[in-house]
Write a protein that binds this ligand. Sequence first.
Ligand code: PLP
Length: 379
Amino acid sequence: MIYFDNSATTFVSEGVRAKLQALTSDSLSANPGALHKLGNKAIDLYEGIRKETADLLGARSEEIFFTSCATESANTAIKGYMSRNKRAGNAVISTKTEHKATLECLDYLSKLGYEIRYVKVGIDGKPLIESLEEELNKGGVALACFTLVNNETGSVLPAEELFKTVKTISPSTAIYLDCVQALGKMPVNLSSIGADMCSFSGHKIHSIKGNGVLYIRKGVRIDPLILGGGQQDGMRSGTQSPVLAGAFLEALKEVSGEIDESRKKIQEINIYLRKELAQRGAKILSPDDALPYVLNVSFEGFESETMLHCLEIYDIYVSTVSACSAKQKKVSYVLLEMGVDRKTAANAVRLSFSRYNTMDEAKVFIQRVDDIYDQFLVK
Ligand code: PLP
């Protein structure tokens, strides 16, 4: 099997499996809110995991909240910020190339009467500075929402330049940053990144599904999304799970130690695939300076889904548009927004890698593409 669908989700690492086993032992399974000594043990374990996670992300413990997924983190951050900071302004700035986790929150806010202003992006997927300036200059912007690495193209946000523009024109605007596809693939240091809220997802870095993280910079006030027993400083009620938080931490530890080495390997694979695929007439849609973990490519003569199923015959797994909307059979809104023509976008396939992929797999992939062209291309 060749699994090139790691931006959709990753396999659970051996280390995380072992950690899960250890953390589900009886002696660690008490409610972290219980007053007895087993409860104390569980809360100490949980807070220890929180501290280590914060350290690895360059944050303080009290700035880290465990959630069920990045979608929950995004909902909490975006809706919670706007709900709590009504006097900050009535407008939110973003792009139309965000993940649905952000776009649907913005749609929800627009129905509540907030004004959502979309900044245009270029063919490289990056927000255009002039368009950002124009939207900011209209005033009243409470929040700006961006994504550090686009899940469909690997396009990397020029965060420093962009955030500087936001803070220069509109110093009080808060920034939410989706870091889901960046985590473990490029350095992410929350103390210097310049964002007020960030989201992360465990299942994209070889943890299990069901664990995410929300970073809220100290001093930023938001209304919690989930109300209840007041766990996690009241920001995210619900009994804390040292198991899920521990799985996230384990995956984060594993990936953090290998960022440079893995990126070098994946870069070589990416360069090889770009060259070989281009020679076969495929169009590379990921920008040249994209993060190498995502390679979006359009195969002429094959609709996205057809190519996906042809590859599947050979036990090779890729995706069409992002997995959550793939079943709706839509052409990628991200590619269209970047200015890719509809026909090219309709033939686009996303290859996405993890540190476990190899050059040998890439070579087999190319052989299989040749087989598919030979067998299925209608000339
Ligand atoms: N943001 C981006 C960029 C993603 O790629 C994804 C998942 O595909 C999400 C958010 C949502 O993550 P989760 O599945 O943890 O809710």
